[in-house]
Ligand binder design. Sequence first.
Ligand SMILES: Cc1cc2nc3c(=O)[nH]c(=O)nc-3n(C[C@H](O)[C@H](O)[C@H](O)COP(=O)(O)OP(=O)(O)OC[C@H]3O[C@@H](n4cnc5c(N)ncnc54)[C@H](O)[C@@H]3O)c2cc1C
Length: 432
Amino acid sequence: MFMKNFLAFVMTVLPIMNLASVEVQTEQYCEAVKMKDKRILISGAGIAGFTLAYWLKQRGFSPTIIERCPYERVGGYKVDVRGTALEVARRMGIYQELLEANVNLVRSKFVSSDHKVFAFDGDILGLSSEGEIEVNRWNLVQILSKKIGEGEIIYGDSIIKIDEKMVYFEKMEPREFDIVIGADGQYSNVRRLAFGEDSKFLRKYGIQFCVFPIPNIFELERCEIVYFDKGKLATAYAIRNHSYACLAFKSEDETLPFGNLKAVFEKQFQGLDWEIPHLISLMQESNDCYFNSIAQVRMPRWSKGRVALIGDAAHSVQGMGTSLAMVGAYILAREIEKSNGDHALAFDKYEKTMKEYVEVAQALAEANQQAFTESSVRMKFQLYLMKILPKKFTQYFIEKRRKQMKEVANGLILEPIPSCRLAAPERLTSRP
Ligand SMILES: Cc1cc2nc3c(=O)[nH]c(=O)nc-3n(C[C@H](O)[C@H](O)[C@H](O)COP(=O)(O)OP(=O)(O)OC[C@H]3O[C@@H](n4cnc5c(N)ncnc54)[C@H](O)[C@@H]3O)c2cc1C
């Protein structure tokens, strides 16, 4: 009886007593609803773009994605989800799926120019530590795109101009957007349009690479093979029914010429033996080659007006690009929501949160980069040391680098999230 009366009191009297505060809440609610009406355009349906779209949707927004490629762009080698990005994946409810897709290399084989093979336990090139996840890039793209569910994704178009109010496209009619996010990779189109030429921001290392799927010609399983000779690198790995190869060379030219990139790679690898001729012919036959060059994007600011950049577009970095893209997307969505319509504030907070984390990762990647690719002589010397030193010694140095990478990847702690914000377990489907 007491309980019944108490409930009646709560339901009738309390709302009257609280009228003033209800009004305030309604105002805030309206502000929040207005904010959720903000039209947000994301350029690029890659790791950063999909992750941002997911988190914006979770926070009640309805972003539009525009992707230059006419279809969902899969392809690529394995990529790492490390450190704080693992927490983002957990909060998205995709951790289990990622675990199932984990490439989890257990062995690495190095082949010297005289074809001697040196085998080591674990993933040496990827520097993956216990608990970190490496997945085929296509796997990650599919997991993310499936997760974002219904929404507007425009394939096969690209932004050509962004002015005060409108966004103009190659094919579509101009549309109004309140916020434009460049998640369109290392050579970001949005960055070029809003901030200027690539040369201002790209720190290039002159290493060109090409990734393509191959049949499992090396009969590998959860293993990566690495061949290095005359300044050229060939690697391949296989997991279950998927195998990929990567060819890389250092070139004095900072950028590859557009046009027939396959021919450029063929010429560069001419005269090398081992399985190189076979790999070259597989590359020539492949219709799924991904060409790129190793570079870092370094910018003083990642936003300008109503435009902001995330992922590789803002801060590409080797070995941690995917993880930083996921974390940055998560933080930006959080700040956009918290800012109550003030996107300048949101962008500012996003940059402040991410900047140091990114800079430390870029510094480490640059150091690792130099250690690995400085010169043929240095690489040969490293292989020679690996050959003559006890394996324990090599493992010790690799372990040290893994530890460093893990520390850096965990360098940003996310604030706790209310459990109602965690990913719902339902499976959502994305539009083709
Ligand atoms: C096909 C592919 C293969 C890759 N393979 C590797 C690899 O083997 N190893 C590796 O370390 N990294 C690879 N990467 C890069 C890696 O995915 C990123 O470094 C990292 O995951 C950060 O992701 P991101 O979303 O910032 O950029 P990305 O994953 O590069 O995604 C950018 C997206 O933007 C799209 N885009 C580009 N220009 C425009 C435009 N004008 N308008 C609209 N959309 C545009 C691209 O098609 C792409 O879908 C690959 C990227 C791609 C697109």
